[in-house]
Design a protein. Sequence first.
Lengths: 252, 113, 119
Amino acid sequence: MVATAGRLTPEAEATLSMLDVSVWHGTESGEFRHYQVPRRDSQTVLDVVTYIQRHLDHTLSYRFACRVGMCGSCAMTVNGVARWTCRTHVDQVTGDGRLEIAPLAHLPVVRDLVTDMRPFFDKWARAKGRFEGSSNRHDPVARVQPDTPQRRAVDAAIECIGCGVCYASCDVVGWQPDYLGPAALNRAWTLVNDVRDVSRLERLRAVAAEGGCLSCHTHTSCSERCPKSIAPTAGISGLKRACAQAALRGEL
Amino acid sequence: MTSARRNTLFWLAQRASAAVLALCLLVHLAVIIYAVRGGLTAAEILGRTRGNVPLAAFYGLFVVAVSIHAPLGLRAILSEWTLWRGRSQTWAMAVLAVLLFGLGMRAVWAVVR
Amino acid sequence: MSPIGSHGYRARHHPAYWAFLVHRISGLALTLFLPLHFLVLGQALRGEVALDGLLRWSQNPLLKVAETLLVTAAAAHLAGGLRLLLLEGFAWRGPRKDLAALAAGVSLAVALLFALAVL
């Protein structure tokens, strides 16, 4: 029944239903190319992309790594919505057998489904999303109470793996190119609440600058779409409050 | 002033004026719904507003709050949905603020004097 | 052809996004209406008769509908604004979509009250 690796015989294919898949080709300018992909049980969108690249179009470029929902590399726009393709069953996103697969929004397109993640991480740096401590290896290990409101706030936001789905889902990122975006601000929030970090004020100044947390309009698309159920909206609101307090105290 | 401080103060001004407007608008809507029943004439309006100092103070506050709130809101819309940005946009918003304040205070005066 | 541009609407089918849209559009409508409102009231400077002239003009049913829409906009903007003040001002657990629903419900109620009063 199986002819070449993974490829079904024409007879077998004829008995299966087929998916109508449109895949973006090119950079920012390009086109959607159309393929017919055999539909299978428990098939994920990543399976579909892989099938196309292996059997139908070897030139297709796409990114993936773990393919089990841990690394976030396979994030793409599926039928207009940013998702992890390895964790998106085809049945979840298509009723009529049609799939449209495009690269993540709001990022430069390297080629086909691959985006340049540098602007995303540059903004992370601009938001001062980097821990700065004051102790060294000779100091005792820091003791952080897990049940304080601050640590709970950090814990709720710390699992971010930088997949870019929230960034791609955020309309303000699309409308205001210098907006830092939900992921960078979420990371800044975890550090603002980290009792070991020593650069809180500098970080607040970074996130209150042009294109910072104050540009968020609470669409909550980021929180809706985050595959790790993080709510950047909550962290960004927290940053707004923290900035307001600092400003009123004359610290900003 | 750093941009961080300025942006935060704008944000605070927007929220503070919003809170004031929430109260004013709540009262205003209640009054309007009550007053428009059976039609509304100038005599009815002016009968209540003429010489009414507390009313003047209330609507004066209303006008100040809206003159801060509306331009800041419009600024966000213009910056995100149009290509208009920068100095000229800021000046236009300041003009709008003055316009709303001027016309608003004139209206308050018109019905209270 | 841009890969994403025209397809963004599919990602926006959620209540908080509609709440934002209603809030923005209503705010814009109110900002455009306000100078007109002030000018009409300012007619009282020319005396009762001048103001009455304008008020009688507003008895026109089309204008009553417009007024109802404006009051709806005001109520929606007010309710949505209160929702935002709460969401931004306090640390909530979860997205509190109930607040969006509440805001929508309250504005609708206010709009109906006004419509009943004026029509």
